[in-house]
Design a binder for this molecule. Structure first.
Ligand code: GLN
Length: 191
């Protein structure tokens, strides 16, 4: 997982648990260097602040490498701020901050889409092929629309909160805080 910002230790722990459950060899490692990015079989870009993560990916020399590895077939999961970075289109906030998106998935996102009153909340979601999962939303974005090869996996009210495009997963909540391994296992199954 990119370890420039976000809930890195929680993700690492859940990935290790999911690997044990699936009897997969290997381990979960933080990625801060291009040389490490070259070695991983899959990557998570966690939540945080999309503007900051984007800048740090450039600063750490990871931005172009992530795009290249994904285009070669490496599975990638973006959660919350990571979901924003995967999108091809951002909202006015993304434009106003000049945030460079990785632009890998056929989707448009709205930052902070759930408003001030609902800055953070938890809810049970029904995710295609995963089933019920606890969604922890923290100043969460929403996926406004998908097109092309991108498919919706979960909605909350009318908003899209999880999508998949081939070997890429984007979710607007924090699966590392749910205590369950379903979402991370799905990423590992894409390897
Ligand atoms: N609001 C943040 C952003 O758009 C995302 C919040 C999060 O990752 N928890 O960058």
């Amino acid at each position: 997982m990119t370890a420039v910002q976000g809930d890195v230790s929680e993700h690492l722990e859940i990935v290790e648990r999911a690997m044990a459950e699936l009897s997969l060899p290997g381990r979960a490692v933080p990625v801060r260097k291009p040389a490490v990015l070259e070695e991983v079989a899959a990557l998570i870009i966690p939540g945080g602040e999309s503007t900051t993560i984007s800048k740090l990916l450039v600063k750490f020399g990871l931005f172009e490498g992530v795009i290249e590895r994904v285009e070669e077939g490496m599975p990638l999961m973006g959660t919350c701020a990571g979901c924003v970075l995967l999108a091809k289109e951002g909202d006015e906030q993304v434009m106003a901050t000049g945030t460079r998106l990785l632009g890998l998935m056929d989707m448009a996102v709205d930052r902070n889409a759930f408003g001030r009153q609902r800055e953070s909340f938890e809810v049970d979601l029904d995710i295609d092929e995963i089933g019920s999962a606890r969604g922890v939303f923290i100043r969460a974005p929403a996926i406004r629309r998908v097109w092309g090869e991108c498919e919706v996996l979960a909605r909350l009210e009318e908003r899209i909160v999880m999508a998949q495009q081939r070997h890429m997963l984007a979710l607007t909540f924090h699966p590392e805080l749910s205590g369950t391994t379903g979402v991370h296992s799905r990423l590992l199954e894409l390897i």
